[in-house]
Write a protein that binds this ligand. Sequence first.
Ligand code: C2E
Ligand code: CA
Ligand code: CA
Ligand code: CA
Length: 275
Amino acid sequence: TKSGGRHGYRFYEAEMDEIIEARRLLTADLRGALDRNEFLLHFQPLVDAKDSCTRGFEALLRWKHPTRGFVSPAEFIPLAEETGVIIPLGEWIIREACRIAATWPPRISIAVNLSPIQLRHSDVPAVVRTALGESGLDAGRLEIEITESVFLEATPATLVALTKLREMRLRLSLDDFGTGYSSLSYLRRASFDKIKIDQSFVRDLPCETSNLAIIRAIVDMATSLGMTIIAEGVETEAQRVCLLQQGCHQFQGYLFSKPLPAEEAAALIAAPPRR
Ligand code: C2E
Ligand code: CA
Ligand code: CA
Ligand code: CA
């Protein structure tokens, strides 16, 4: 900046160098992390809006870095996408999620996040077929979460892959709905079963009336298309009541549970908490 003068600028430059160096180091670590078994999945309950019973779990990736401890997926997933690490990593996520979900009762489903890069550059239907085969998990229990950004650079191959997944009886869930580029025509063409209302709309409920108007519009549209509606990031009882009134079918958020290690998820299924 002008007021900072030359020194201010230099400071900025030095800081940028540090950020770039930190990213370079993290990227180098990321490449070997899969072989070193540093990744694991946590599982967050998706609960029924009416009775708060667990209907399924979302698998959320965790990286236990040897010196830095847990690194946030928000930090390393973009690096994994840039470097292509997301391809083998994404395959591992699908297989690991299916392996663990197969140990749960058949009424419990599993939702797995898919990167747009993964969908574009790897044969996801083949990976899923292998994962289902080796785990014995029924395809009807597997839900695939993708964000709207998938459609930003959707190639014909992307739509073919989504169609194949549908033909395999998987369910498709549109993640972070409302935050990005929403093409209603893609919504219909890829025939999503479920829509996840982004937590940014939930955060300021029930006071923020503009968010409420958006949620109402999303619920109306999704209901008329026959989709299941889930709200994520539900943290308070007031938000739960408000979203229930709006007609959401499922909830996910800290009000019910944070993401849990596999053993704790299994324990929760066996002995659900009373609410
Ligand atoms: P997402 O798919 O939207 O996942 C929801 C995020 O919200 C998770 O963060 C979850 O821990 C967090 N969350 C859940 N309940 C609440 C709540 O009540 N309040 C708040 N403030 N947050 C809540 P997490 O685990 O850090 O993951 C961040 C993002 O990283 C995910 O956003 C997803 O985009 C990406 N990600 C995570 N796991 C995977 C994966 O296996 N594959 C891919 N491709 N992306 C993943
Ligand atoms: Ca998700
Ligand atoms: Ca989300
Ligand atoms: Ca998100």
